[in-house]
Design a protein. Structure first.
Length: 494
């Protein structure tokens, strides 16, 4: 049940209820956040959806200012208005909870637990405490200090719902959005949302329009296949918008989310996957060279490259690894110039550089690795059978195609790894960075008269290749590329 929380002044609440009636499945009147409780009955009567009364105390994250006795008295005063549900914290006086149940048998109780600091190690113990109270739904909301906490929450909900427990679970904070987006997939009974990010009543709530427009929340169900981007950072990626756009166009019962996974979390992450409905992943830095040891099979090309950007759960339940970065980038570059027989300089010596260098050599290009650390440049060059040099020693540039695989230019305003002097007129210059689209390097290259290949041209091509792997069928590549190009253009304007 998608619950839209309402707060603020009478006029603001009235306006919000009108919108919530169209977009939600239930309305929570946050009595502790409403400025005037005299008009609660008027607000309730405006609701065309089931109504939840919540008068949250400060100890559980609310704003009610009075004593516990005053709070109980206020609830008993308001419950004759007959909301469909009332939210009672797990630690209220048992005699009060019993009185509410006996005096208002038509008002269903939501027993809630909140921890704004952490996700307890033993959620089972938390639920055991909660079930001492008679309730229609048990709601657990805890703060996720990492994505692992959110995955633990999803696992716990899935397990308990299969056991028939009437449970809603969600993680708060920036790592917790996946528990809200994927609530219908794990059969969590309640998902709390807001009409805008400014109106959230708990940290990490996903606005209702975002849930529906990007994730197609109303269509998600227990059979929906889940895909995700993993890595660190993931915040700037538009992968969730792109892949969900493709799934919608292809009429696939699938959803794509973003999960921040740090290098040291890879092992525990794969352990938690075993009982969750994930079917594939996009992998970004710094995990492309770290996920391989956790897979059952690695595609020969990806094994040679030594970097994996696509994971797929095959029909036998085995995890496979692929690399679509390399072919995605080279396909985009070769729309400007074929690499066979051409001199190609690759800036960087990480996973992306390895992938692009490998694919370039496979297509007949002559590769030079240029990196700030000479040892890394030469090591990668030896592994691939090409040349490598330190950036400071690269004094006489000679190339047909230049590829930047470093993050320089992503966050440092105006900074390019190389100067305009090192750029050659009429060369093809590619930057793997997507944000900003016009990187400092590409701006310099344009001024020098080079041909430009943007990072999003690589992204769209590798994304379509990922979709083909996940869905295990050939797709109309040109049509999907056009869809993603239009999407990228729209996002640039917004």
């Amino acid at each position: 049940m998608l619950v839209i929380a309402i707060q603020g002044s009478f006029d603001a609440a009235k306006k919000a209820i009108e919108e919530a009636n169209k977009k939600g499945e239930a309305i929570e009147l946050r009595l502790d956040l409403l400025k005037d409780l005299e008009h609660v009955n008027k607000l309730k009567n405006l609701c065309k959806l089931p109504v939840i009364f919540t008068l949250r105390k400060k100890a559980q994250g609310g704003e009610f200012q009075g004593s516990e006795q005053e709070r109980e008295a206020k609830l008993l005063e308001l419950l004759p208005l007959k909301p469909d549900y009332v939210d009672l914290e797990f630690d209220v006086d048992p005699s009060f909870a019993q009185k509410v149940h006996q005096s208002f048998p038509d008002v269903a109780i939501i027993c809630s637990y909140h921890d704004f600091d952490k996700t307890p190690d033993n959620l089972e113990n938390v639920l055991t405490q909660m079930t001492q109270m008679h309730a229609a739904i048990y709601k657990i909301a805890t703060f996720a200090n990492s994505s692992l906490d959110s995955l633990r929450m999803l696992n716990f909900i899935l397990q308990k719902r299969r056991e028939g427990i009437s449970l809603a679970g969600m993680s708060m904070g920036p790592h917790g959005d996946i528990t809200r987006i994927l609530a219908p997939v794990v059969d969590s009974l309640l998902t709390y949302t807001s009409l805008s990010s400014e109106e959230e009543t708990a940290p990490g709530q996903v606005p209702v329009d975002t849930l529906e427009k990007i994730y197609r929340f109303s269509t998600l169900n227990q059979q929906t296949k889940v895909y995700a981007l993993i890595g660190d950072p993931v915040e700037q990626s538009i992968g969730h918008i792109a892949h969900n756009t493709l799934f919608k166009k292809l009429k696939e019962d699938a959803v794509y989310v973003k999960i921040l996974v740090r290098s040291e979390e890879v092992g525990p992450f794969f352990q938690l996957l075993k009982t969750l409905p994930f079917h594939g992943f996009s992998v970004t830095m710094p995990l492309k060279e770290k996920v391989g040891e956790h897979l059952d099979h690695i595609n020969p090309q990806a094994k040679k490259i030594g970097a994996i950007n696509t994971l797929n759960l095959n029909n036998e339940g085995r995890w496979e690894g692929f690399n679509t970065d390399a072919s995605g980038a080279l396909d985009a570059i070769e729309e400007k110039r074929q690499v066979a027989g051409k001199k190609v300089v690759i800036l960087g010596a990480g996973g992306a550089a390895r992938a692009l260098a490998y694919e370039t050599i496979e297509r007949g290009g002559e590769v030079l690795i240029v990196n700030r650390t000479e040892e890394k440049a030469k090591k990668l060059a030896r592994q691939l059978g090409c040349e490598g040099v330190a950036l400071e020693r690269w004094t006489k540039p000679s190339y047909d195609i230049l590829m930047n695989t470093t993050p320089v230019g992503m966050t440092t305003k105006g900074l390019s790894l190389i100067s305009e002097k090192a750029l050659l007129k009429n060369a093809v210059v590619f930057d793997a960075i997507m944000h900003p689209k016009e990187t400092p390097l590409l701006i310099l290259a344009k001024n020098k008269g080079c041909q430009i290949v943007y990072g999003n041209e690589m992204f769209t091509r590798q994304a379509v290749k990922q979709a083909e792997i996940w869905l295990n069928r050939p797709l109309d590549t040109q049509d999907l590329l056009l869809t993603l190009e239009h999407l990228c253009h729209a996002l640039e304007k917004s």
